[in-house]
Structures are given as C-alpha cells and as structure tokens.
Design a protein around this ligand. Structure first.
Ligand SMILES: [Mn+2]
Length: 423
C-alpha cells in the first residue's frame, strides 16, 4: 500500500500554515486522494483559538522526514536461539546473505554470532577437539540500531541488528533503507528550504501552493504541481482550488480558511491584502456563519495576548529563517494591540534575540513588534547589521531599533528590503 501523502505548512507554523494545510488535505481527500495534514511545530495561541472555535483538532506533529530504520528493517530475518546448535548456526549462514547472525532468547536480544567464529569450530572438527556451543561464541554487537534511528546512519556495507527495548526486531542494511518508498509531500504556505520540515531530501515534494517569494534553493527530481499567487494568504488560493474543483467547502474548513486570511492580512490591514483576499473572506464568513469583523478581532486579540510568554518565546514567535546564500538571519514577529509593554522590556528582548542569534550563529535575529491598531512596526534586532538595516529602511538605527510606520508585512515590507540592502 502506498504511503499516505503528507500536506504541511512551514516550521514554526502560523494560522495560515496550519489551516491551509488542513483545508488543502481535506480537498485532496474529497477528490479521493489519500492525503493527510501534518504540522511542523507547535500551535500558536491565535491558531488554537481558531481551531477551538471551529471544533477542529490540530493535525499530528511531524519532526522530520528522514527515513527511519523501522521502515527498512527486515522483520522476517529470524534470530538464532541461544540454545542453537552449531549446525543450526551453519544453516542460518547458508540461508542468509550476512556475516553476522542475531541471537535471541524468548525475543530478547542476546548478542551476535559472527560467521568467522564458525571457521574455528571447523578446525576443531578436523582436529577432533571438543566443539564450542553457539552460547559460548555469542559476542556483543559492535553496532546495533533501534527502529526510531535514522536510516541514513546505517553503514553502506554489512547487515545490522535492530533492537527495541531489548527485544530483537530484525536486521537492516543500507540497501534496505534505499528501498524504502519515499514519502510524498505537498507544501503549502512555504517553499524555502530552511522553512521546510527537516529531511525533505529523503522525501519527495509533489506540489507547492504558496504566496511567498520563491526561495531559490528548492529543486525537485521530477515535474511537480506548483501554484504561486501574489495574494495575502495561502488560504485564498486554497479556497479558489475548492471552487475550481467545484467542491463545496465544509463549514468548519471555511472557518479555518477565513481565520488564515484574517491572520495573514491582519484583518485586511496588511499591504499584502488584495481585493481577492477580501472577497474570499466574505464568502468564507458566510459559509462559516460568523461575523467577519467581530470574529476577526476576537481571533487577533487571542493571538495578540503575549502577556504569558517569556522573553525567549516572544523572541522566537512566528520566527522564520532567511538566507541570501551567504548571510542567514531570522525574523520573528509579534502582533499586538498595544506595543507599550513590549517596548518597555526591549533590552530583555534584545538579550533573548542575541542568545538565539549567537547559539545558531545567525548574522542577525530580528523581532517585528507590530501594532495591529497603529498599523506600524518597531523592528528590533541583535547582530551586527546596523548598516544594512539603516540602508534597507533609509532610517538611522537607534539602539538596535527602527520605527516603521505603515509596516506590518514581513514578506513584503521587511524581507525584500533587507535582502536588497545586503547586495
Ligand atoms: Mn501565509
């Protein structure tokens, strides 16, 4: 049976990544495709509000796409019993293309028997000496794997025993790992390699639906379905795909798609918002049966409440990693109703940003403190990029901060400017 297709948004997922992946996976299911939504990280408070409101459970978390030993293990390779005779052992080696045999007792892994140790017994036979038992020839295995280990760690040569909690599972080899069917993955709301769940090279991207810049580093082995549109939200594109397929949008899915549009466009305030986003949101609100403005403000408020977040959590909120090929930096964002509280603890936040920056050796780590009400952003940062920031926004950087009226969108008003200034 073919593996289920995974639909996922980006790491450190926002409401669009969570909701568009659920909605897009549902569209695939309604078309008869065996797809399921997964998520790349924890659910933020705004998204939790939306999921809870429309009674939808968060999709399962996927930490990486690396092929696991458990997928490659050959469970039909039986172990030799501890009490096996030398003849049993010789027969095992005759039946298996392996220089090492697993030995187990009542399912519990005991050790391994090397084919070479049987040669010594042959010599004894010729000399008429007393023979050893399998028991006495068993050794500790130099390398064993568990089913949760990454398959790419299995050495290119040889066969290895797989043991879970002391129980013998089977044997694995590099060829077994290479034979594992690749997981097919549909990306929504992202395409830059650094934002994709780790291990994507061991899986296969079969489609991308997105509204971000094309990050350049993404390459695929075969032709894939891609749909990029310069709209305010991936959910707007996903909604249009339901319409194209002539498939009615289920009520709770409409609610999630609506939540995504509200989130990404900050209730139509962001300069990324298009007429299509507005019209889509109105249609979705009607299907979901909610008052767009009232629900929108309630949802944004739920996300804007950062009072219980630690400085570290604020510094990493909605963080995305970017690179121009040589310089890698991060940009986090918090959207709040009032920036006063956050700006009062600016030094603490700068310290948290610096801790994060230096730990991963980023050139800089930015935090957008965005006011939903004022429609402006205080951009603060750690790292030696004052000149770049000054150039990017044509402003003097004062104490690691620039104030940017009218700026709310990372993708449209921050990332391109920084990348251009880096050139
Ligand atoms: Mn988005």
């Amino acid at each position: 049976m073919a593996k289920q297709i995974f639909v996922t948004g980006h790491k450190n997922p926002d409401t669009d990544s969570i909701c568009s992946s659920i909605a897009f996976a549902k569209l695939q299911q309604l078309k008869g495709v065996d797809a399921v939504a997964v998520r790349a990280g924890d659910i933020n408070k705004e998204t939790a509000y939306a999921l809870d409101y429309f009674h939808v459970e968060a999709q399962p978390l996927v930490k990486d796409f690396y092929v696991k030993v458990g997928e490659a293990v050959r469970k039909d390779v039986e172990a030799l019993p501890y009490s096996a005779s030398l003849k049993d052992a010789a027969k095992w080696f005759a039946d298996h293309d392996s220089d090492v045999a697993p030995v187990a007792e009542n399912g519990n892994f005991v050790g391994v028997l090397y084919k070479s140790s049987l040669a010594g017994e042959f010599v004894k036979t010729v000399l008429g000496e007393e023979l050893s038992t399998v028991k006495s020839l068993v050794q500790d295995a130099a390398t064993i794997f568990s089913t949760s280990d990454n398959g790419h760690d299995v050495p290119a040569e040889g066969r290895y025993v797989v043991v879970d909690d002391g129980k013998y599972v089977g044997m694995v080899c590099a060829d077994c790992v290479a034979a594992v069917e690749k997981r097919k993955v549909m990306l929504v709301d992202h395409n830059e390699k650094k934002q994709i769940i780790d291990g994507i090279d061991e899986a296969e991207i079969i489609s991308v639906v997105d509204h971000h810049r094309i990050g350049g580093t993404l390459a695929t082995e075969g032709p894939i379905f891609i749909l990029f549109q310069p709209v305010g939200c991936t959910a707007t594109i996903v909604t249009s795909l339901y319409e194209q397929a002539n498939i009615a949008i289920p009520k709770e899915i409409a609610g999630l798609l609506l939540s995504a549009v509200i989130s990404d466009t900050v209730l139509f305030r962001s300069p990324t918002c298009t007429q299509q986003d507005r019209e889509t949101a109105e249609k979705l609100a009607a299907i979901a049966g909610v008052d767009l403005q009232a629900y929108g403000m309630d949802m944004l408020k739920a996300g804007a409440n950062v009072s219980d977040l630690t400085p570290d959590q604020i510094a990493q909120n909605d963080m995305k990693e970017f690179s121009d090929g040589s310089v890698t930096f991060t940009i986090s964002q918090v959207q709040v109703m009032d920036t006063t509280d956050l700006l009062e603890q600016k030094q603490v936040l700068l310290n948290a940003l610096e801790k994060m920056r230096s730990a991963k050796n980023y050139a800089a780590s930015f935090l957008m403190i965005t006011s939903i009400i004022d429609e402006s952003t205080n951009l603060i940062f750690a790292g030696n990029m004052d000149a770049v920031v000054g150039k990017a926004f044509a402003k003097d950087v004062l104490d690691k901060e620039v104030y940017l009226p009218g700026v709310m969108s990372r993708k449209k008003q921050i990332v391109p400017q920084i990348l251009a200034a880096l050139k």
